[in-house]
Write a protein that binds this ligand. Structure first.
Ligand code: LFR
Length: 490
């Protein structure tokens, strides 16, 4: 029986999940779960990557103690954040977290000094986000960059520490905004503008590639299962898209709902037109040569922060239940505005915006939550409208996967505003997508179509049909006015 272990690390937590295929169904067992958060030091935000490595190893040890003697193993995390290694393979610096302020304004400076934003989008297909690796490297210490023997993203680094092999896995590498969508390689000119050489990166590795075993000191310790390490889609969103239980024959869009909300479609070819750029759509690489044509939407980060600041320990489910009792659409905020990326206080940032735009100020956590969910649903509506315009496809169904798919209020609101059938689950789509790619690599599943069939058969899903929204036209006008108060940068 093939056992596959997914190590899935998100911005707020990480987990090790084992997947086994039993009579055509995928069964999951959570082996270990741990917290994650960025930490602030001298005014900057960093990830504790070596603590994450220790957690990963603790989880693998748990797998062994749970009786798993042999397995395949894949790792995913968020995108864009990187590690520079020296000649000896040691880390040269603390790893910046993408929400760190140091890249505020960096895109403007980069595009003024070097290539304009249209040209960079034409080459990379990647939407400008101030935290993309391109801009992070642009503001990184030049001397240190020159001395870097290897540049890798966070999951590549974890793979490196487990196996001793240096890779740059392709789905996550695409989030750097340094890959050329035409040549399907690093863009030599963009690297040159940062003073970097191709030799500082490893070969681009496609998901599904078998990398071999754990390095000797780990393998011989007796603490871990006998692992065959496989490069999965190491960008969490790419694994989540593999984990979407889409049925063949239906045109589907997805919403990967976690710290971020990523709404988009799986495409065979990139769509990097000027219209796509202006609409804020990106072309991240997916597994098996696909493209993830999607929009980043601020997502549940907003409610995670409000909850943290409130400090009452109320669960997300309870907050959503309380929000459901509140008056809908009382106050709305443009979620994608940079002011919500990493404010000193999310609660205050939302209240400020409401006050400044003449709306009722959400006083308590329930009203703040209501405001966030209503605003997210409106932002999803804008994203779906643009998606349909750009791809020319009218979607039959929106699959919501990830932790946010458990939020009934937001799922129904999304169905209502978008006027589309919503299907929710699985909430562990990222780990499931990683496991699916491992099972395909080890021959237990034929391909992604079979994997999606198995996923659809294995996990419960709920269906939400759209209901009419009273006062819809007036609401849409209000939303339009609010978002135009804050036009997106073009
Ligand atoms: C989600 C995610 C998004 C990416 C953001 C930053 O966890 O990976 O896809 O845009 O985090 O890397």
């Amino acid at each position: 029986m093939a056992q596959a272990i997914a190590v899935d690390i998100g911005a707020s937590s990480g987990r090790l999940v084992a997947g086994t295929l039993i009579e055509g169904k995928l069964e999951l067992q959570e082996l270990y779960r741990f917290e994650n958060a960025f930490t602030r030091k001298d005014g900057h935000d960093y990830w504790e990557v070596d603590a994450l490595l220790n957690e990963l190893l603790t989880g693998l040890n748990r797998a062994r103690l749970a009786g798993i003697d042999a397995c395949t193993l894949g790792i995913d995390t968020w995108g864009v954040d990187y590690v520079l290694l020296d000649e000896a393979g040691e880390r040269l610096h603390d790893v910046y977290a993408y929400r760190d302020v140091r890249t505020a304004g960096a895109p403007d400076r980069f595009h003024r000094e070097h290539l304009d934003r249209q040209a960079v989008y034409g080459r990379t297909g990647i939407r400008e986000m101030s935290f993309n690796t391109l801009y992070q490297l642009y503001v990184h210490d030049r001397e240190q960059l020159r001395h870097a023997r290897q540049i890798m993203l966070v999951p590549d680094y974890l793979y490196y520490r487990l196996t001793g092999l240096a890779i740059n896995e392709a789905t996550n590498a695409s989030t750097t905004q340094l890959l050329n969508v035409h040549t399907r390689e690093f863009d030599a000119e963009l690297l040159g503008l940062l003073g970097l050489g191709r030799e500082q990166f490893a070969a681009l590795t496609q998901p599904g590639t078998r990398l071999g075993g754990l390095k000797a000191e780990l393998a011989e310790s007796g603490r871990y299962p006998d692992c065959t390490v496989i490069a999965v889609p190491t960008h969490d969103t790419a694994s989540a898209v593999v984990g979407v239980p889409a049925a063949p024959g239906r045109s589907w869009a997805y919403l990967s709902s976690g710290t971020w909300s990523l709404l988009g479609a799986e495409l065979a070819q990139p769509l990097n037109s000027e219209a796509a750029r202006q609409a804020g759509y990106t072309n991240e690489w997916g597994a098996y040569g696909t493209f993830r044509f999607l929009q980043n939407i601020m997502g549940l980060w907003m409610i995670q922060e409000v909850r943290r600041e409130e400090g009452s320990g109320r669960s997300f489910a309870e907050l959503a239940d309380r929000a459901a009792q509140e008056e809908p659409f009382r106050s709305l905020v443009p979620c994608n505005d940079e002011r919500f990326l990493n404010p000193a206080s999310m609660t205050e940032a939302i209240r400020h915006f409401c006050r400044d735009s003449g709306q009722p100020v959400p006083e308590d956590a329930a009203r703040l939550a209501r405001c966030i969910f209503d605003s997210l649903a409106f932002t999803y509506l804008d994203a779906l409208v643009r998606l349909e315009e750009l791809t020319g496809v009218s979607y039959d169904v929106l699959h919501i996967v990830g932790g946010g798919s458990n939020n009934r209020l937001l799922s129904q609101l999304t169905a209502d505003l978008l006027g589309i059938e919503v299907r929710t689950g699985p909430s562990e789509a990222t780990a499931i997508g990683s496991i699916a790619v491992q099972l395909i690599a080890s021959g237990a599943l034929a391909d992604v179509a079979e994997a999606r069939r198995v996923i659809a058969d294995s996990f419960p899903s709920e269906k939400y049909r759209p209901n009419p929204v009273p006062g819809r036209e007036m609401l849409e006008r209000r939303w339009r006015t609010l978002t135009q108060l804050n036009p997106k940068e073009s």
